[in-house]
Design a binder for this molecule. Structure first.
Ligand SMILES: [Zn+2]
Ligand SMILES: [Zn+2]
Length: 218
């Protein structure tokens, strides 16, 4: 990662005269952004405390609210509006089949490619679907009820969450042994010992394995 330096006077026309524009995703300046897009998180009417909301942390409700604001915005090109609406509908269908985080990164990938001029609204997005969505099917809604043959999707827990050192407040992507994985904020003890996805941290007072651990030394 390089520090951003303000070009000194006007003498630095080193990068072919290309104008540096901000991606709407983060306030990060890249030279590759040709067509900055409106990102849903920056369009949320912030009625709550989540002022510094990050795109990757949007819930489905926040996402649709922000996306809807963009659809209503006079700033978008009128002929793009139907394509954007159609895209939202397909995102919501994807959200029924795939992990929400995967749908978010799919849409993020779409916006980034549009910003780079590689895609236009209305183009086929199939290559991005396969890259971001297909590996992340939504876990079946029925919770584990004794059936041990349901290991179609791997469940991984966030280690930082157990130590209260995670900066995310819900499940997120992270690196595990060099691979980008979907990490859940579930109790590692409950998952390892009983294959249950519990919301508490390992070692917290709600965890049944916490007391067992302090009594019997393993
Ligand atoms: Zn985490
Ligand atoms: Zn537990």
């Amino acid at each position: 990662m390089t520090m951003l330096r303000r070009p000194r006077a006007s003498a630095s026309a080193s990068n072919g005269g290309g104008k540096s524009l901000k991606s709407g995703k983060e306030s990060k300046i890249t030279t590759t952004v040709l067509y900055p897009q409106l990102w849903p998180h920056s369009f949320l009417s912030l009625t709550n405390a989540r002022r510094d909301i990050k795109y990757d942390e949007l819930t489905l409700e926040e996402f649709v609210a922000g996306y809807g604001q963009i659809l209503q915005s006079p700033d978008i090109v009128e002929i793009e509006r139907p394509a954007r609406l159609k895209h939202l509908v397909s995102l919501m269908y994807f959200a029924q089949q795939y992990e929400w985080q995967a749908v978010l990164s799919f849409h993020g990938a779409v916006l980034l490619e549009i910003e780079r001029g590689l895609l236009k609204w209305g183009d086929s997005l199939f290559h991005l679907e396969s890259r971001t969505l297909y590996g992340h099917p939504k876990a079946p809604p029925s919770s584990t009820s004794g059936g041990s043959s349901t290991s179609s999707t791997t469940v991984l827990y966030c280690r930082d969450f157990q130590r209260q050192q995670c900066s995310f407040n819900q499940a997120h992507y992270g690196y595990l042994r060099g691979e980008r994985k979907w990490l859940r904020h579930i109790c590692s003890d409950c998952w390892v010992q009983s294959r249950k996805q519990e919301q508490h941290r390992a070692g917290s007072s709600e965890c049944t394995f916490a007391t067992a651990r302090s009594e019997t030394k393993n």
